[in-house]
Design a protein around this ligand. Structure first.
Ligand SMILES: NC(=O)c1ccc[n+]([C@@H]2O[C@H](COP(=O)([O-])OP(=O)(O)OC[C@H]3O[C@@H](n4cnc5c(N)ncnc54)[C@H](O)[C@@H]3O)[C@@H](O)[C@H]2O)c1
Ligand SMILES: [Zn+2]
Length: 396
């Protein structure tokens, strides 16, 4: 895949400029959160908002909230803390936030700032897109997944009972400002889960990036996935991973074409999450399993090179996959979960097929092929978890 977006001037730049329907926005990587404060301060000075609402959650706010809030001083500012957990990414949470915002005298020159992971980012962006028909907003992503994935591309939203992210909008932020320093307080399990989307972007891009990621993961494993000032994630690799997503969304913001490539691993991944009712599984873990299973199945069809599956298997076996699949994943539940997914069109499933590293296509699967994929996935999952981590005695 050709990388369309590169850092300004040279690839090692710490900034990506991404076009969007709302205008171009920068994804800026800083070495420290002090530098994030400086970038934020400069943006606020230039924009001169009438007020600022800082959205976060208790966990992240207790770590970084005061530092970010200090930059907002001089301007009327308030803090709104979302509850923590995917189960709260709902319309009810949005309605609750709106009722609080409605009591502040906010106008359209208000700036929203999202400080947190993908959850805070997706919900803040959704609120920014609907509140007063749209206000400016900034993302300060604090998880690996949010830095390389959810903060880029302007998809916002919440989950509905029928599935993930089924209510939302395309509403790009005005600025994204990241620093790997935020990751030093992140639970190693979240670092591992975030690696799922990192690996996805590397596979979509090239063999070279896949090798770089593999080397980075080796170092992380040696440090038990703990990120510290001595063992931080290099900004240059984070930028390269981000640039993969940036290049796709720059070409296809509204997912009319190649943005669907980013759904690689998500047909099975989302279905696993739904079968488990979003409990005990992190999104990145589900995506990694999804890529592995989908690619093993497409390899069986003769569509995928075996080295892609081997590459994925090496991560599946080295990343924390302690997920309780119990009896919840059967042919029936997995098929139902896939059928609800946004990627289904007229009874056909749009599956992302990786021919080889950096070589991607889309295939439309009919019902018989979906059933074959589902049967394969259920068998693969139970076989993997039975041998690796106990779990189910009942195979469907
Ligand atoms: N908009 C998109 O394009 C897009 C893309 C991918 C995923 N997503 C969404 O992102 C969400 C997942 O995001 P996530 O993986 O960032 O999870 P998350 O936002 O739930 O954060 C994970 C946990 O880490 C904590 N945390 C966050 N930053 C921390 C830090 N620096 N130090 C310590 N703890 C910290 C949070 O409080 C939370 O408990 C899902 O809802 C998914 O659907 C959206
Ligand atoms: Zn994802």
């Amino acid at each position: 895949m050709s990388t369309l977006i590169k850092g300004k001037g040279c690839f090692m730049s710490t900034k990506l400029d991404i076009p969007s329907a709302r205008g171009e926005y920068a994804v800026q990587f800083a070495d420290s959160h002090e530098q994030v404060q400086e970038t934020l301060s400069a943006f606020i000075k230039a924009k001169n908002p009438s007020s600022i609402v800082l959205f976060s959650n208790q966990q992240v706010f207790s770590l970084y909230g005061k530092a970010i809030q200090s930059v907002c001083q001089g301007c009327s500012n308030t803090v709104y803390l979302f509850p923590d957990g995917e189960e709260f990414k709902t319309v009810a949470t949005i309605v609750e936030a709106i009722s609080v915002l409605d009591k502040q005298s906010l106008d359209r020159k208000t700036l929203f700032v999202a400080l947190g992971g993908g959850l805070v980012g997706d919900m803040t962006g959704f609120l920014a897109s609907i509140f007063l028909r749209g206000v400016d907003w900034i993302q300060i992503p604090t998880t690996l997944l949010a830095m390389v994935d959810s903060s880029v591309g302007g998809k916002t939203g919440v989950n509905l009972g029928s599935g993930k992210n089924r209510l939302g909008s395309f509403y790009a932020p005005n600025l994204v400002c990241s620093s790997p320093e935020f990751l030093h307080t992140l639970d190693p399990k979240e670092v591992q889960a975030g690696m799922g989307e990192v690996i996805k972007h590397a596979i979509l891009d090239s063999q070279e990036l896949c090798i770089e990621v593999q080397k980075m993961v080796k170092v992380l494993i040696a440090n038990q996935w703990k990120l510290t000032p001595e063992h931080s994630l290099p900004v240059d690799i984070l930028i390269k991973i981000c640039a993969v997503k940036a290049s796709v969304v720059a070409e296809d913001e509204r997912e009319k074409g190649i943005r669907a490539w980013l759904n690689y691993g998500h047909s099975i991944g989302h279905a696993i999450e739904k079968c488990l009712q979003y409990q005990g599984v992190l999104h990145g873990q589900a995506v990694l399993l999804g890529m592995w299973i989908e690619s093993a199945w497409t390899m069986q069809q003769g569509w995928t090179a075996s080295r892609v599956v081997e590459y994925l298997e090496s991560f599946v076996k080295s990343i924390d996959m302690s997920i309780e699949i119990k009896d919840t994943i059967t042919r029936m539940t997995l098929f139902d979960a896939i059928s609800f997914d946004k990627k289904m069109q007229c009874d056909k499933l749009q599956l992302v097929v990786i021919r080889d590293f950096g070589s991607v296509s889309l295939r439309s699967l009919d019902t018989a092929e979906i059933q074959s994929l589902v049967a394969f996935a259920v068998h693969y999952l139970h076989q993997f978890f039975d041998t690796q981590y106990i779990i189910s005695s009942r195979h469907s």
